[in-house]
Design a protein around this ligand. Structure first.
Ligand code: SAM
Length: 511
């Protein structure tokens, strides 16, 4: 996506340090992020798992919705684009080029090579933007972790490697003739091994066996080696944390779960961010998804930069930030269309992204385009008429010419779905005939809400929406406690880790 749009919004008093970018992170990093400005990078790229991920939206009764939409395709193929990425990686020369050549000899031109060719230039950019004393955590799984570690060694250097963190979790086992795969790998590197990095040592409880071995024997240990110090610390606050982390994945029932595939638990990001950054530091997540990193960074009072390549992710992050922090969080969004020509460019480049972006403008959730059940519906929005009763608004988004036939089709869908309101969002101006067809559709009203009248079929242009025009519907869409359209992020709690940070603000020399 090459759309060259820059837009600033949500920046009360112009003091936005936090940035949300829509676009390909390679392009965004190159264009917007300056050298050596970032303190901490966490990246959770697609894993080469060969799966297409769907966002699952919850129905109001709590069940998973049939309305799913593909969020991103986690599959890399050896094709012309991959071959070009590979050739580009070779132009960096040196250790990286040697490593990529070696990969090609070992892997041949396969999909893993395509994946690594995609990652190589992005890691180079991440290294460029990291401060000399900065750190980077690359989250992956055993599918590609062995290759990615070699790639990280090539981009940084083997001396920059600090830890291979094993994130161990439990989930319902699937019968198979091998051990259950229940861990991810997080590769922790520093930018420069000779710098003093931020490392706020974190402690874990001391195990029974440790106590049995060492309790009361501190005098026998050599104080010069540091062993004694660690033993004494263990008596007071536990052991410095190991590189194996037992943390739960987000259970289906947990409030934290927003329905985004591959969403990571906040507890994991809390640990990384509070250990490897301090208040006010800048944290970057170039594969941001539904924004776990930026939500935690915000809560822990770091500055943040998030990048994602789908408008769906950007919309989810906006909702997440609003739900967790209210209107208090200030940030700048870059890469979203802000004018009609921008929107036309987006529609031409990628009709799906255009649709997701347009639906994001009205806060609607997208519906996957399938034949059958959801035919004729591009998005949905819900509002409450009373505590347990909601109504739906159906959206149709058109990037091309619009005619009266589109209005009639939408009217038919609204009737079929027993929806309250139908909205046609178009790039082009509706014709007078379309307007009279829409007027003939009459009004939606509800006695529970005191019989207000809302046009049953509404025609909105992209330009209307960019000027701030809204769908005419009851306020409950946005003003109720619960946003019934997207799964709501819980309100952010006050810094749970403050105590820990105070306790152990130790800096470690990285070499
Ligand atoms: C594994 S998910 C990240 C999930 C995230 N950690 C969370 O907790 O929600 C990977 C994300 O990277 C995004 N992505 C894939 N390729 C990208 C690219 N080239 N530039 C920016 N984002 C990309 C996908 O849209 C997806 O949201």
């Amino acid at each position: 996506m090459q759309i060259a749009i820059s837009h600033t919004m949500d920046t009360p008093e112009g003091k936005a340090e936090n940035m949300l970018y829509y676009g390909d992170n390679l392009d965004i990093l190159k264009r917007y992020i300056k050298d050596e400005t970032v303190d901490l990078i966490y990246l959770d790229p697609p894993f080469q798992s060969g799966q297409d991920y769907n966002v699952l939206f919850k129905e109001h009764n709590g069940s998973s919705s049939a309305a799913q939409i593909m969020a991103f395709e986690d599959t890399w193929h050896w094709d012309q684009a991959a071959a070009k990425a590979f050739e580009d990686a070779l132009t960096f020369g040196g250790r990286l080029a040697d490593t990529m050549e070696a990969f090609r000899r070992i892997l041949r031109s396969n999909d893993m090579l395509a994946y690594l060719s995609m990652m190589a230039p992005r890691l180079i950019e991440m290294k460029r933007v990291l401060k000399q004393a900065g750190t980077i955590y690359l989250h992956c799984d055993p599918t590609a972790s062995h290759h990615l570690k070699i790639l990280m060694d090539a981009v940084f250097s083997p001396a920059c490697f600090k830890n291979e963190i094993i994130w161990s979790y439990r989930r319902w086992p699937t019968p198979s003739k091998m051990y259950q795969r229940m861990h991810d790998v997080i590769l922790f590197y520093v930018r420069d091994p000779n710098q003093t990095i931020t490392f706020n040592v974190d402690y874990e409880p001391v195990s029974e066996s440790y106590w049995k071995r060492f309790k009361g024997k501190t005098q026998m240990l050599d104080p010069e080696t540091g062993t004694r110090k660690i033993t004494l610390e263990a008596e007071t606050r536990g052991m410095p944390r190991r590189d194996v982390w037992e943390l739960s994945i987000i259970a289906g029932s947990k409030k934290e779960r927003l329905g985004y595939p591959t969403q990571k638990p906040e507890s994991l990001l809390e640990r990384i961010i509070s250990t490897s950054s301090n208040e006010g530091d800048l944290v970057l997540d170039p594969f941001c998804g539904c924004g776990t990193t930026i939500a935690v960074a915000q809560r822990l009072r770091r500055q943040w930069i998030g990048i994602d390549i789908t408008h769906l992710a950007i919309t989810l992050m906006r909702h997440r930030l609003k739900d967790a922090f209210g209107e208090t969080v200030s940030y700048t969004v870059i890469g979203e269309p802000v004018s009609l020509p921008d929107a036309q460019a987006l529609a031409q480049q990628d009709p799906y992204q255009f649709q997701w972006w347009a639906l994001g403008l009205v806060g609607a959730r997208p519906v996957e385009q399938k034949k059958g059940a959801d035919k004729g519906i591009d998005g949905r929005l819900y509002f409450f008429v009373e505590r347990s009763k909601s109504e739906q608004i159906i959206f149709s988004v058109k990037a091309g010419n619009v005619t009266s036939a589109h209005v009639r089709d939408l009217h038919g869908v609204v009737d079929r779905e027993k929806a309250a309101i139908g909205v046609l969002i178009s790039l082009n101006e509706p014709t007078p005939q379309m307007r009279s067809e829409a007027a003939d559709a009459g009004f939606y009203t509800s006695k529970e809400l005191g019989n207000p009248k809302y046009p049953r079929i509404q025609l909105l242009t992209i330009e209307d929406l960019l000027k701030g025009k809204k769908v005419e519907c009851p306020d409950s869409v946005s003003s109720r406690e619960t946003n019934p359209t997207f799964t709501q992020a819980p309100k952010a709690k006050k810094q749970p880790l403050a105590k820990r940070e105070k306790q152990s603000r130790l800096s470690e020399h990285s070499s």
